[in-house]
Design a protein around this ligand. Structure first.
Ligand code: 26M
Length: 800
């Protein structure tokens, strides 16, 4: 059944009038957008309910992806694409005299995540639906998303992100599916009539968890899966106990705001509340669903897989134990076997400071019964492992230690699978960070290199490139991204290379128009566009990028007639509000931008653009325009990275350390088509072990670098006295934790090679094409297939 533009126009007009009761010719973009969203919800409703029915009827195994964060991006276009009616709707709107792009931009971009981890979750939701895998997301419906970033005098300022102001057309509130989550009070174990120990609760605080469901529409396959986000409310029957506004606020607070930090763990009780709230609600609703199936409990892991996205949802493990033990009356052994078989866990970071641990007393007070269960899991773990391993090893792996509950240990012990997110990262987990556990449970460990959805990051974001690829190799790559490699056969076709260059130029112009309009910065679209977009963190080394810019700046100042490749340096990054050093780096880069952009001696040779409020939507504008992808974290620190994959897919050449998934990018694209520099992880470890890194020696012995660093403190960069001094000291005085100075020399060297290659457009375009053609393996579809086959054991429900 093909939708015609005529049918669309009629149905859309009806939807509109039903919604607003006035003629559609005089509406605002938000109203058009809202009506379109409603139209689509109705359009896809059958598929949504049929998918649900089919899963239940055939009792297929389903996976539940538990994540504190999701970053879906705007959903209008992606839903249209996946429903197969993007062109029809666009044409239909044009026939009505409406501008589709304006309407699409009226949608808010839900920022319910910090960065890589949340965006990965949303790429995975797209792939799970598109592969026809029975899968559900489970998370929190934050009232406020990640703060909006503004720059005031170059400093980051955070404003609240009221993403629900205009309503959310995609969600459906399901009051009938609400569950109760219990906090605090006491849990006293006592014998029930059958002689089993069961807790009796007193003085608990009961919070109602209300789910809001959003359809996750598969790519042209009639599948619609479910993303369930929970919101905290006062149970109507308990209203009477809430006497003050402050009491009520405490409940709303639970799902009020996303923690805006993805690098530094802080043991705040509200965060723990959030974690238990959405894991308990999610697990309860899974169990309730399972009980519709009239199966014995032993079959639970044959029907349910629960995936834990980092340790944030690790309380799933004791929560499932609690339900099986206390509510369903299973023995510890039965419950434990079921739980372990059900759970799997992904680690996303090796940074010690990001590892979650909770003070025992906090857990005890907030979720007393859960704490009892964690204690018993811990004790049984010790009892089981002591006879097999040295006491030292065994005690290094306990869940409870030094008065803390270690969430990673809980997640590993309670799961049947533990995975890292890139080959190198998994190696580091097995042999360094988690080696004790690897020794105990070698079979649990596996790698699942991250991936991205080519639908959002190529089809939607870069229509020009998509058309070119379609013209050259056909459209089969859209459902089988490994076919992208066929594009390689055009690497010597001058015509194709010229078209590729033209598309890139067009995308650069689009970004330039944005920079001009929003920031008043005029860009030369023929300059080289160099991009670093990711959260601001010292280990990601935006500072190294800044040092390179200053090095160029000084060179041009020395010789204003210098013949040098003009470059536009584009940054997008939010800093955690409490991360002072990261904010100082933002101020530094913004100040450098001001200085460089307004220096007539520099002209167009360098422009620096630090976009405000970087997020999914801006990524969709920047990535297609990128020519150089900066992936310059200190080797061993970036678990995977995913912007590296998106940029490669859009034809950027990567400047990289051998870190995270950069290693695999190198493997696929070949040494000749990537710019590598810097220490590798082994060299970094050797420095740590031998304690032989002395950044001051590098400062003292490298006059070029010395001159660059001195600009921080000698007045060259006006208005940076405070920040300049702190950053200078961190690098020179306090031994440069992330080896920025050590890697500087090889970084600027490789950047010169970038310039040289850019002088030969055909050679450059050829490498660009080879990058695009080599990026197929990073499709999240492949990643998800591996999760489904090797960890979740879920089957695709698509007709073969
Ligand atoms: C923890 C405790 C309290 C508050 C917040 C957190 C927290 C939130 C997010 C900690 C870490 C968070 O995210 C980490 C993250 O985004 N890691 C990135 O994951 C990507 C997907 O696997 C990888 O590509 C990145 O390399 C990795 O940095």
């Amino acid at each position: 059944m093909v939708l015609t533009t005529k049918e669309f126009r009629e149905d859309f007009s009806k939807t509109f009038e039903g919604l607003y009761a006035f003629d559609l010719s005089e509406a605002s973009p938000i109203q058009y957008y809202t009506a379109l969203g409603n139209y689509l919800k109705v359009y896809s409703a059958d598929n949504w309910s049929h998918t649900n029915q089919a899963y239940l009827e055939h009792q297929v195994k389903q996976v539940y992806y538990f994540s504190m964060e999701f970053l879906p991006g705007r959903m209008l276009k992606s839903n249209l694409l996946n429903l197969g009616i993007l062109d029809t709707v666009r044409d239909g709107l044009r026939e009505m005299g409406l501008d589709f792009e304006v309407i699409a931009r009226a949608e808010v971009d839900p920022a319910l995540g910090n960065g890589g981890l949340g965006r990965l979750a949303s790429c995975f939701m797209d792939s799970i639906a598109s592969l026809g895998i029975p899968g559900n997301g489970n998370g929190i419906r934050y009232r406020y998303g990640l703060f909006q970033q503004k720059f005031v005098d170059g400093y980051q300022v955070e404003l609240p992100e009221n993403w629900l102001r205009d309503g959310n057309v995609w969600e459906v509130r399901k009051e009938n599916k609400a569950v109760m989550v219990r906090f605090g009070g006491q849990a006293i174990l006592s014998e029930d009539p059958d002689g089993r120990l069961k807790p009796i609760y007193s003085q608990t605080q009961n919070i109602l968890a209300v789910p809001y469901d959003t359809g996750m529409i598969g790519y042209q396959n009639e599948v619609v899966n479910n993303l369930r986000l929970w919101s905290a409310e006062i149970p109507p029957e308990e209203e009477i106990h809430y006497h003050t506004i402050a009491d009520r606020e405490k409940v709303n607070q639970i799902t009020e705001v996303l923690y805006p930090d993805d690098s530094n763990y802080e043991g705040q009780i509200l965060r723990l509340r959030q974690e238990y709230f959405f894991t308990s609600a999610g697990v309860q609703s899974i169990v309730r669903y399972y009980k519709q199936m009239v199966l014995t409990w032993q079959h639970f892991p044959d029907k349910v897989a629960i995936h834990i996205n980092d340790t944030h949802p690790a309380l799933c493990i004791p929560e499932l134990m609690r339900i099986l033990l206390d509510e369903e009356g299973l023995s510890w052994e039965q419950a434990w076997e079921i739980t372990q078989k059900t759970m799997s866990y992904t680690n996303h970071t090796i940074l010690q400071e990001a590892m979650e641990k909770w003070p025992v007393r906090m857990v005890q007070e907030l979720v007393p019964r859960i704490y009892q269960i964690i204690e018993e899991i811990n004790q049984r773990h010790i009892d089981k492992k002591l006879p097999l391993y040295t006491p030292e090893l065994t005690y290094r792996t306990t869940i409870i230690a030094d008065g803390n509950v270690k969430m990673a240990h809980l997640a590993i012990i309670g799961s049947h699978s533990v995975n890292g997110v890139a080959k190198l990262h998994t190696e580091i987990l097995m042999h360094e960070v988690l080696r004790d556990f690897y020794q105990m449970y070698p079979a649990k460990f596996n790698n699942k290199t991250n991936g991205i959805t080519q639908r959002r990051w190529l089809h939607l974001a870069n229509e020009g490139l998509t058309k070119l690829i379609d013209n050259k190799i056909g459209t089969a790559w859209k459902t089988n991204p490994s076919e992208l490699k066929l594009f390689k056969s055009f690497a010597n076709n001058e015509d194709t290379l010229a078209q590729l260059a033209e598309i890139k130029l067009e995308n650069k112009k689009q970004f330039a128009a944005y920079a001009e309009k929003e920031m008043g910065i005029e860009l030369d679209p023929t300059a080289l566009f160099d991009v670093q977009i990711k959260r601001l963190h010292a280990y990601k080394r935006q500072l190294l990028n800044a040092l390179h810019i200053l090095d160029r700046y000084l060179k041009i100042k020395d010789d204003p007639d210098l013949d040098i490749q003009p470059r536009v340096f584009i940054f997008g990054a939010k800093a955690a509000p409490s991360y002072v050093y990261a904010k100082q780096i933002i101020k530094l880069i913004n100040t450098i931008a001001d200085m460089v952009n307004n220096d007539p001696a520099i002209g167009n040779k360098i422009k620096v653009v630090f976009v405000e409020n970087y997020g999914v939507s801006l990524a969709e504008l920047i990535i297609p325009a990128a020519e150089v992808s900066e992936q310059i974290s200190l080797a061993g620190k970036e678990a995977s990275g995913t912007s590296n994959m998106k940029l490669m897919l859009n034809g950027a050449l990567t400047v990289a350390t051998l870190d995270g998934a950069n290693v695999e990018i190198r493997d696929f694209v070949g040494e000749d088509n990537i710019f590598l520099f810097g220490l590798n992880d082994q060299e970094v470890y050797a420095f740590y072990e031998n304690g032989t890194y002395h950044s001051r020696d590098i400062y003292d012995s490298n006059p070029r670098l010395q001159r660059v660093l001195n600009t921080f403190i000698d007045g060259t960069i006006p208005g940076i006295e405070t920040e300049g001094r702190v950053i200078f000291d961190s690098l020179v005085q306090y031994n440069d934790e992330y080896f920025v100075l050590k890697d500087f020399e090889s970084y600027v060297e490789v950047q010169e090679k970038v310039d040289q290659l850019y002088q030969d457009p055909m050679a450059w375009n050829q490498k660009s094409l080879l990058n695009i053609a080599s990026s197929g393996p990073f499709s999240a579809d492949f990643t998800i297939k591996r999760y489904a086959e090797e960890i979740w054991k879920t089957d695709s429900q698509l007709p073969a």
